[in-house]
Design a protein around this ligand. Structure first.
Ligand code: ADP
Length: 456
């Protein structure tokens, strides 16, 4: 939430920075060109107005009507307003007709090698007349509203008049009675202005885009890391729960058996003692195995193989026969078959045994059949020896199959029915990775699973 909030603020700041850069570029754009045009233009119309010949048009029209205007001003203000308006419109009309700025500006642009694509506007901003020295009466703009009729365009095609495209603003007045004051302005705009400004802001735009993208990437990485940490913490707490449970079961059994042994009524019965010590014996073995697994956990983090040359047939056969002792009184058929000629293979015997034991143990543990079949086969294939362990157990869904090698992973349903720490197959995978072997699993739910290890 805070991350998203700060992201929004950052984006807003970036946006304002960009916008300001654009505005600054916009204001400074064409500034040199503007001053060149200004110099040349003012030179060309020195002692004149708007364009060469413009002053005469205005002079003539104003002077022609000066007496009428003064009369009306003194005696009929309303009529004065109407009359002065028609005088102004008359001036504008003639100025428009006689405008010769097109060729003058084209000349300046060409001479100074300025951008060829432009449009201009020349506007009248103010006309005041004076019947007495310095006492000016506004006759244009027509209304008092400053937003209305601000400027009257008397030449050029440019329609957007603003401060950015202003070249010059000139006011001409004569400080005598029966004269007038006239203000006009020239505006010029490069046709490619927006593209050029955007182009000059492009590097900053790219940089800020890059910074926003890198921050998003950073957020993403932090977020995924956080999720991973969370998952790890969850897995660890699951592990602690299972470990407590796993250690508690044999401990409780030992404690109960021990209590019975201390019971004076039971001690004389010989048969009982054997049974109880049997329980203690089995549970201590179980505890020992559990300790071994937890210890392995720290060892496997920096596990190193003790590679030697071994007859693989012997090792597998030995592991199977040891295991058969363990499952004597259970309904388990553990079979072994091999078509591998006696061959020495470079491997770590301890790891191979652990791996095989873990897979067999799972085949029995995750099995709800009355008769549990575990078939171990050693087969010579073209370029590897295949160690196959097949069971007729509960099988796995494709989703479970993808996760079983993860550290601490236990499938919820099967975990409830059988004890374990979710480490067995993790060790199997470690062993396979360290030997650079490969493993393949075929599994059908309710039917059973088949683990095939290619030993090279
Ligand atoms: P543990 O047996 O301690 O739970 P493992 O790493 O050995 O941990 O197994 C992880 C999970 O894989 C088990 O919880 C079980 O759901 C599933 N699994 C492993 N072997 C088999 C099998 N032969 N048949 C069905 N499910 C299995």
């Amino acid at each position: 939430m805070i991350a998203i909030f700060s992201m929004v603020i950052l984006s807003a700041v970036q946006f304002f920075l960009l916008y300001n850069t654009y505005k600054i570029q916009d204001e400074h754009y064409f500034i040199n060109e503007k001053s060149i045009i200004n110099d040349d233009y003012t030179l060309r119309i020195a002692n004149d107005k708007i364009f060469p010949g413009g002053a005469k048009i205005i002079d003539d029209t104003v002077m022609e009507n000066m007496d009428t205007l003064e009369y009306l001003y003194n005696y009929d203000r309303k009529a004065f307003q109407q009359y002065s308006k028609s005088v102004c419109l008359n001036i504008f009309k003639t100025l428009k007709q006689k405008n010769n700025l097109d060729s003058i500006l084209a000349g300046i642009i060409k001479k100074r090698h300025l951008p060829q694509k432009y449009s201009y506007a020349v506007c009248v901003r103010n006309i005041d007349i004076a019947f007495h020295v310095n006492r000016y009466i506004k006759i244009y703009p027509f209304t008092e509203n400053p937003n209305d009729n601000q400027e009257y365009i008397v030449g050029g095609q440019l329609r957007h008049i603003n401060k950015q495209n202003l070249i010059t603003d000139i006011t001409v007045s004569t400080p005598i009675g029966h004269s007038y004051r006239f203000e006009f302005s020239l505006h010029l705009e490069n046709a490619n202005r927006n593209q050029l400004i955007l182009l000059s802001t492009l590097p900053i735009f790219m940089l800020s885009l890059l910074s926003i993208i890198s921050i998003i990437v950073l957020f993403y990485i932090t977020y995924t890391n956080w999720i991973r940490q969370k998952k790890l913490a969850e897995m660890q707490s699951d592990f602690i729960n299972s470990i407590t449970h796993e250690f508690n079961t044999p401990l409780t059994a030992i404690m109960v058996a021990n209590k019975s042994l201390q019971n004076e009524k039971i001690v004389p019965q010989n048969g009982y003692i054997k049974q109880l010590t049997g329980v203690i014996q089995r549970q201590t073995v179980r505890l020992n195995e559990l300790f071994g697994q937890v210890l392995n956990l720290t060892i496997t983090n920096e596990a190193q193989l003790k590679i030697g040359k071994f007859n693989i047939n012997d090792i597998v056969a030995q592991t199977i026969s040891d295991y058969q002792l363990k499952i004597e009184n259970q309904n388990v058929i553990l079979s072994y078959q091999s078509d591998v000629k006696d061959r020495e293979v470079r491997l770590d015997a301890f790891w191979l045994t652990t791996m095989l034991q873990n897979i067999i143990e799972n085949g029995i543990k995750y099995n709800d059949k009355n008769e549990k079949n575990i078939a171990v086969v050693l087969r010579q294939s073209q370029n590897a020896i295949l160690l196959i362990v097949e069971d007729n157990g509960i099988g796995m869904s494709p989703n479970t199959k993808n996760k079983i090698f993860e550290k601490f992973y236990r499938h919820n349903n099967s975990a409830a029915s059988a004890g374990g720490l979710g480490l067995g197959l993790f060790y199997v995978k470690q062993c396979i990775n360290m030997h650079k072997w490969s493993i393949e699993i075929d599994s059908t739910e309710t039917k059973g699973s088949k683990f095939t290890i290619s030993i090279k």
